[in-house]
Design a protein. Structure first.
Length: 242
């Protein structure tokens, strides 16, 4: 029953990732925390994220990628991932989870408010946002809402956002696995769980890619904003209930 629940969760997460370019970890990390303890759920999410990212890269057109933004995001993301991986082992869970939930909730409010801030479209802000995403991704396998809100605020177009996010998360996911493996470690069971969950993750990602081609820019922005808000509400509710 636990495996069936996990498969359903990663299928839904895959649909969101295939359609928007983000959201897999947001949905999977929150959902799988009810199936396995965080020490197991986090590496499973990271492994699935990495494989899904590679699959999305394979079918990604280069035209929508924006190197000007992407390079700084990736540099900041790798640095943040290294620090997040090192910090998570010594950070009390009583502090870490409320901080994460609050940050995601604030980003959800910004996304729903349609904050417009084109002045934030600078190399320094791109590196800072990438660092923040990497910090939380390395620690909890969740961090995507921050970069999505930044992209929406600076006025990027949906096709460009999706393309940049696919490349960015591929880099961050690879860094997260590479840093976690020799430091915190990845349980042997996590590899097995991830392997069993790959089919529903692939299927959901494929379905999400088909949906992306049918959604206009206005609807894409609504879906992105409400996805972040929904994840924030679920994350906060989980913390309050636990």
């Amino acid at each position: 029953m636990g495996l069936l629940t996990a498969a359903s969760i990663v299928f839904v997460a895959g649909i969101l990732r295939g359609m928007t370019g983000f959201g897999f970890a947001l949905v999977a990390a929150i959902g799988l925390a009810h199936v396995w303890p965080p020490a197991m759920a986090t590496p499973v999410v990271l492994l699935l994220e990495l494989v899904v990212a590679v699959v999305l890269l394979y079918g990604l057109g280069r035209a929508a990628i924006e190197p000007r933004r992407l390079v700084r995001l990736c540099l900041g993301g790798v640095a943040g991932t290294a620090i997040g991986t090192l910090l998570v082992s010594g950070l009390p869970a009583a502090w870490a989870k409320p901080a994460l939930d609050t940050a995601v909730f604030v980003s959800a409010l910004a996304a729903l408010a349609h904050v417009s801030a084109p002045r934030l479209d600078t190399p320094a802000w791109a590196a800072a946002v990438g660092f923040l995403v990497g910090l939380f991704a390395g620690a909890f396998a969740v961090g995507g809402p921050f970069v999505v809100v930044w992209f929406l605020a600076v006025g990027a177009q949906p096709a460009a956002i999706r393309a940049n996010l696919i490349v960015f998360f591929a880099v961050v996911d690879f860094a997260a696995v590479a840093f976690r493996w020799p430091t915190i470690g990845i349980p042997a069971e996590a590899w097995g769980h991830a392997a069993m969950l790959l089919p529903p993750a692939f299927l959901g990602t494929w379905a999400g890619g088909l949906l992306f081609r049918r959604v206009n820019a206005a609807w894409w922005r609504r879906i992105a904003a409400y996805s972040i808000a929904g994840g924030a509400v679920l994350s906060l509710a989980r913390s309050l209930l636990s």
